[in-house]
Design a protein around this ligand. Sequence first.
Ligand SMILES: [Zn+2]
Length: 102
Amino acid sequence: MMGRDIWDILPLFEKKPPKPKIKLVCPWCGSSAIYFKDAQVFCRRNGQYRLTIALKCEGCAYTAFFGVHITENEYYKLKEIWGTDRIDYTVVGHVCINLLEG
Ligand SMILES: [Zn+2]
C-alpha cells in the first residue's frame, strides 16, 4: 500500500509516533531534525482510507505531509484507539522521528 514502504504505522496503534523506515532529511535546509506534528485518518469519497502524517522541520519550519494508504479496518481501529480521527504531538510526545528506536 502506498506510503507503507516508508512508514511503519504500527506504533500509532499504541499512541506512539509512526516510524520512518528511511532517514528523512528536509529538502530545503538539509536538517534531519524532523518532528512529528500530527496524524489524521479520513475516508475519501471513493471509499478509500488514508492516514495523513504531518511533519515539521525544526531547522526552517517547513511542514510536510505523507498521505499513507490504510485499510478500512485500520481506519476504524485507529479512530477507536485515539477516541477521535486525529492525534498530535501533545499526545504522542514531541519527538524527532529520525531518533525513534527500532
Ligand atoms: Zn528545514
